[in-house]
Design a protein around this ligand. Structure first.
Ligand SMILES: NC(=O)C1=CN([C@@H]2O[C@H](COP(=O)(O)OP(=O)(O)OC[C@H]3O[C@@H](n4cnc5c(N)ncnc54)[C@H](O)[C@@H]3O)[C@@H](O)[C@H]2O)C=CC1
Ligand SMILES: O=C(O)C(=O)Cc1ccc(O)cc1
Length: 362
């Protein structure tokens, strides 16, 4: 029997989930979006099997409903869902970056709710940015509401297996604490660094110099402001706590800088480097699990197809390709991502044997 999945919100995350679910032979994906043009586009792109005009009707037909909307809209839709004529054993889930308030709201529902958060994404939004492989190897956190049967959690896990994500169950509060540390608060730092740059009116040329590290560390400041407004207001207390800790850290740093002693300053960087270098590597617990190979390439036309051509000839598949903006002189750094460390080693050997370009692994 087919499982009818209704995805509400067909942006980066809803669209990517819909694309991944297309791989499941037993799943029919209906897609709804507040913006009818988006819903139509998703259907025309083949991301959804149907684009129902009525949300209530689509909800009544669904076996699984996924709220893939900004978390503020998700709370409103959950409230609305109480008035929908749902199947008795329907599973409701979401993709929101926050979990505690959503799980509080789930207490008022008559149907099974399993909170969800696929911990992969990007600063891009909208259905055009959706990718079938977006969640591959990433953590996908589930927070089942009290009273939800293990069999329903198992059913959802099985459905999500097509995403190839690593599905883990967590308590909502722990989820929000951890995401405040590694995702929500860093987002505010990125935005604040951009504000700091914008304020430097005396040095307008600084914007031209804002390459390399500045662009890397602030990339996420280009994300959807509505989405981050909702995340920040929902996980507010935990983010404020991170900010207070950060301000203490900055006070310590200020003291260090004013003293201007080389050794403690170097130690500060050394201690940070040690912790950073010990973070779990891709595929062993990191949020985004790919194996990157860095290739120093000269800035000449056709260079990327030359390198990827060699890999194709040796049947080495790549999952992503990008140029780092960190070195904007005569060389560029091509970053090629692979699914496994073995693929990366083969690629490295291939590039070494066929080119003079340096390769390295971060
Ligand atoms: N962008 C990211 O990297 C990640 C986002 N998330 C979470 O996933 C959710 C979706 O995020 P994105 O896909 O990035 O956002 P998005 O901005 O790309 O897409 C959101 C979609 O929801 C639609 N929408 C808004 N309100 C609606 C409503 N009331 N009814 C129906 N549709 C509505 C919008 O028209 C839009 O198409 C958010 O809760 C976000 O916190 C989770 C992981 C990563
Ligand atoms: O682009 C990035 O680096 C992100 O961090 C994307 C992201 C945004 C929100 C999430 O809840 C999870 C991942």
């Amino acid at each position: 029997m087919k499982t009818n999945v209704l995805i509400i919100g067909l942006g980066l995350i809803g669209g990517s989930l819909a694309k991944a679910l297309q791989r499941h032979p037993q799943v029919m994906v209906a897609g709804y979006d507040a913006d009818p043009l988006t819903a139509r586009k998703a259907y025309k792109m083949g991301i959804t099997h149907s684009s129902p005009p009525s949300l209530e009707q689509a909800a009544a037909d669904a076996d699984v409903i996924v709220f893939a909307t900004p978390v503020g809209a998700t709370l409103k839709l959950m409230e609305q869902s109480r008035f929908w004529n749902l199947k008795e054993d329907v599973i409701l889930t979401d993709t929101g970056s926050t979990k505690a308030l959503i799980m509080d709201a789930a207490k008022g529902l008559d149907h099974a709710f399993i909170g969800g958060h696929p911990m992969a994404g990007s600063h891009k939004s909208g259905v055009e940015a959706a990718k079938e492989m977006l969640f591959e190897n990433a953590f996908y956190i589930l927070t089942p509401a009290e009273g939800v049967a293990d069999s329903q959690v198992a059913f959802l896990k099985d459905l999500l297996s097509v995403t190839k994500a690593k599905v883990e169950v967590l308590a909502a509060d722990d989820h929000d604490h951890m995401t405040a540390i590694v995702s929500h608060f860093p987002h505010l730092i990125a935005a604040s660094l951009v504000h700091q740059l914008a304020k430097e009116e005396e040095q307008p040329f600084a914007r031209q110099l804002a390459a390399g590290g500045f662009r890397d560390i602030t990339r996420i400041a280009s994300s959807n402001p509505e989405m981050w407004r909702d995340i920040t207001t929902q996980n507010n207390d935990k983010i404020v706590r991170q900010l207070s800790n950060w301000m203490e850290e900055m006070e310590k740093l200020r003291t260090l800088l004013i003293a201007n002693e080389p050794e403690p300053i170097e130690k500060y960087f050394q201690d940070a480097k040690s912790v950073r270098d010990e973070l779990p590597i891709a595929g062993h617990g990191a949020m985004f699990s790919v194996y990157d190979l860095y290739v120093d390439i000269p800035d000449v036309p056709g260079i990327i197809s030359e390198v990827t051509g060699y890999l194709a000839e040796e049947s080495i598949s790549i999952v992503n390709l990008r140029i780092l903006e960190t070195r904007e002189d005569v060389f560029g750094i091509l970053v090629i991502s692979f699914q496994t460390p073995e693929d990366r080693e083969r690629a490295r050997a291939c590039i070494r044997s066929r080119t003079a370009y340096d390769t390295y692994i971060s």
